[in-house]
Design a protein around this ligand. Structure first.
Ligand code: FE2
Length: 317
């Protein structure tokens, strides 16, 4: 699998249809009845990150579907955690955290109680385990942790770090990558899935910046027109209407009531917009440069064991 992944061109990778898989999953998850997994922002974020990793790794439809379903079910045990702990606005006490940790065991039990979700039970139980045994609930180490739980763990942490919630701002991707690279160096987490996720994030940021650059170009073109109009209006104010100036104005098909002050306001707004866009483009470019370095680092931290010893849901990849 990894030999294939090394040659992976992320711009030509096969697209998994997340929207399509999502539709299929809605049907499968309907058996959970009142449990509305599809409106939980965190669960949706984890499913989305999981689909990115699956896509970057070139998984087929069936395997991607299993992984994304695992993402939907990973925190299902939280329905058994009291809401005063689950929704607490602030740090949990040690005692509360011990109760919170139980969502892994509850999730395992829930998955095991449905024939069609049994194979996902290890994800629910082990997505908070660390390679060095410092995780929970069973303090498993490296080889004992199922690969699918390792994958969902990265998707989970990435969402928790980067997404904005009512009570906190999200970190930018490079900060999240920094934190995860720290965990990897401490021996808590593997690097492979972060590497693939970063490939996708970089891809998205590059697309985003292409859109920003296009918008800047259009806005700058618009500014040229506004400056031209400014000149025409000033000439009208100085010298009065002439046939040639009226002709020039007509070229612009201006709405009724458009005058020098409308144009002056628009000019100021457009200048501000350009300034803002230039800053956004610069910041995004800086972020891409950092992410590319981190992606390279994540790749260099992938161990041989991670490269070759990979089986998801019992299937060699
Ligand atoms: Fe969790």
């Amino acid at each position: 699998m990894f030999a294939k992944a090394k040659q992976l061109n992320i711009f030509e990778r096969s697209k998994i249809s997340y929207a399509e898989i999502d539709k299929e999953l809605k049907v499968e998850l309907a058996v959970l009845g009142g449990l509305d997994i599809f409106t939980n922002a965190h669960v949706l974020g984890v499913a989305n990150n999981t689909s990115k990793i699956c896509e970057a790794m070139g998984f087929d439809h069936a395997l991607s579907k299993q992984c994304i379903l695992g993402a939907y079910m990973h925190d299902v045990g939280k329905i058994k955690i009291p809401s005063n702990i689950l929704q607490k606005n602030g740090k949990l006490t040690d005692e509360e955290f011990e109760i919170m940790k139980l969502h892994t065991v509850y999730g395992y039990e829930i998955c095991m109680s449905y024939e069609q979700f049994k194979y996902l039970a290890p994800i629910a139980r082990y997505h908070h385990e660390n390679l060095d045994g410092s995780g929970y609930p069973d303090h498993l180490t490296d080889d004992e942790i199922p690969e699918e739980a390792k994958l969902i763990k990265i998707a989970d942490i990435w969402d928790a770090l980067t997404q904005r919630r009512q009570y906190k701002e999200g970190f930018k991707p490079s900060k999240a990558a920094d934190i995860l690279l720290g965990d990897i160096k401490k021996g808590k987490t593997g690097s492979k899935y972060l590497y693939y996720l970063l490939l996708c994030v970089i891809d998205e940021y590059e697309d985003k910046n292409k859109g920003n650059i296009k918008e800047l170009k259009e806005t700058q073109d618009h500014l040229v027109d506004l400056k031209d109009l400014d000149k025409i209006y000033k000439q009208i104010y100085d010298r009065g209407y002439s046939e040639s100036l009226a002709k020039k104005l007509k070229k612009y098909e201006l709405p009724a009531g458009y005058d020098l002050s409308t144009n002056t306001n628009l000019l100021a707004k457009t200048n501000k917009k350009i300034e803002k866009l230039i800053q956004v483009i610069k910041d995004t470019q800086d972020e891409i440069v950092t992410l590319k370095k981190q992606c390279k680092e994540a790749k260099s931290l992938i161990t041989r064991k991670e490269e070759w010893n990979v089986s998801l849901f019992g299937r060699k990849i």
